[in-house]
Design a protein. Structure first.
Length: 115
């Protein structure tokens, strides 16, 4: 059974950093297109960052550009989201998604940024 297992997240003060991990279980995700989404309180889920396997191109939402970095670690079958200079408005549940013929979602992890 293929699963994406998330870790990281938690509570941090504004200006701090966190790293989210999304590890593949049951199959290699090295050739998958990978995405990070988030859903803040009372908000719709939004795309934060993505990495397309074929071109290795990356995308960042304007609100996180220059602060967040998506990266891939094939040796550990994982994708990361490094989040620096966090702001209270980054508070949300963060989800990873992997796509290879079909979509797989991680279980979500809470990130809370205090002012």
């Amino acid at each position: 059974q293929v699963r994406l297992v998330q870790s990281g997240g938690g509570l941090v003060q504004a200006g701090g950093s966190l790293r989210l991990s999304c590890a593949g279980s049951g199959r290699s995700i090295s050739t998958w297109d990978m995405y990070w989404f988030r859903q803040g309180p009372g908000k719709e889920r939004e795309l934060v960052a993505s990495m397309i396997w074929g071109t290795m191109s990356t995308y960042y939402a304007g609100s996180v550009k220059g602060r967040f970095t998506i990266s891939r670690d094939n040796a550990n079958n994982a994708v990361y989201l490094q989040m620096n200079n966090l702001k209270p408005e980054d508070t949300a549940i963060y989800y990873c998604k992997g796509t290879r013929a079909e979509d797989y979602w991680g279980q979500g992890t809470q990130v809370t940024v205090s002012a």
